[in-house]
Design a protein around this ligand. Structure first.
Ligand code: NAP
Length: 325
């Protein structure tokens, strides 16, 4: 077991959704938390964390030497790798950068950890996208990895390196196959945030319609706070292993719209317009995770339901609109 009295967590991608939730959790537990960013202006959440004792360091994952220096300076006992190109727009234009950051950077980190000789535990934020082309549903840790994007291919590269370093070099390193997870801190480009924000703005008379792609597309959506809790549990387990982190329940985009608009007393059918040009190729099989291993080995369960998640996001959006109309 790790000595919890001297835990130091390094979280890459601290300005993102998951980094901010994990930092909240670990700081509450009294862990020293160091977060990395490429150095953009601090987000609101980052400022809030700074007040709570979070330390921020600048680092672009491309730079291996800088990681070695960070290990040397902060001596983390656990590393959570959340930094990644995570949204659609960069993927097709920059396949090499996506592969470098989402895949090769993990090899650089694990090799630096191996060479350091320190017993550092490592958790990788992998993705349900690694299963996108399998045609098997639900997906578990045993499901074959078949990507349909450079993002998925790069995550598989990282997962393979993790397995190799675990089995060949004995490192405590593991991948969390994260299915979609959301929160009020989700970026604006993602569908849940887009729908919730539009519902609130239409209710406030700031917009009049929401243009969407396929309303029948379904996702296994969970709450980010639950998913980072799973990753912290993975690094406290006796043995390293890879885990699917998912709710096991799929909801359509139409259901998401229905719930979000109903919470502001609107009928989404009066405001949501489908643009066929936005409809993406259908999934080969529903993307739904089977998290039985996480339940059995770690005792992990998601605590927040889909309805509670949508309500949490709508409430936060309403507060933000009222604060800055
Ligand atoms: P996010 O909000 O987009 O945050 C990702 C962070 O990565 C950004 O804050 C960015 O920070 C950092 N980053 C990007 N490129 C970088 C680079 N070259 N060097 C260093 N940092 C870089 O993502 P998230 O939703 O928190 O997701 C966390 C992780 O989980 C990601 O790896 C994502 O692929 C994975 N994942 C997420 C979901 C989901 O539903 N949220 C599902 C499956 C997998 P700076 O701009 O400050 O550098």
């Amino acid at each position: 077991m790790i000595d919890t009295t001297r835990r130091v967590a390094l979280i890459t991608g601290i300005t993102g959704q998951d980094g901010s939730y994990l930092a909240d959790q670990l700081l509450r537990e009294g862990v020293r938390v160091v977060g990395t960013t490429r150095g953009q202006p601090a987000a609101t959440s980052t400022r809030r964390h700074a007040e709570a004792g979070l330390e921020i360091v600048e680092w672009d994952l491309i730079d291996k030497a800088r990681f070695v220096a960070i290990l040397d300076r902060y001596k983390p006992t656990e590393v959570y790798n959340f930094a990644a190109f995570s949204s659609g727009e960069h993927m097709d234009r920059n396949p090499e950068s996506v592969t470098e950051i989402n895949g090769v950077a993990v090899l650089k980190m694990l090799d630096a950890i191996r060479l350091s000789g320190a017993p550092i535990r490592f958790c990788q934020a992998s993705s349900s996208e690694v299963f996108a082309g399998t045609g098997i549903s639900p997906q578990s840790e045993a499901t074959p990895r078949v990507p349909r994007s450079v993002y998925g291919a790069a995550k598989i590269l990282a997962d393979n390196v993790i397995k190799l370093y675990r089995e060949k070099h004995g490192l405590f390193c593991c991948s969390a196959f994260l299915f979609n997870h959301e929160s009020p801190r989700r970026g604006h480009g993602f569908v849940t945030r887009k729908v919730v924000r539009a519902a609130v703005r239409i209710k406030g008379g700031l917009e009049d319609k929401l243009v969407m792609g396929d309303l029948g597309a379904a996702r296994d959506w969970g709450f980010a706070g639950d998913y980072v809790r799973a990753m912290a549990m993975m690094l406290r387990a006796n043995q390293p292993a890879d885990y699917v982190v998912a709710t096991g329940l799929a909801h359509t985009v139409a259901e998401l719209c229905e719930r979000a608009f109903a919470l502001v007393s609107l009928d989404y059918r009066d405001h949501v317009v489908v643009d066929p040009a936005l409809v993406r190729p259908a999934e080969i099989a529903p993307i739904v995770g089977d998290a039985a291993r996480a339940r059995e080995d770690l005792g992990w369960e998601p605590a927040v339901s889909f309805d509670e998640l949508v309500k949490m996001m709508v409430d936060a959006e309403l507060s933000a609109e009222n604060a800055h109309p």
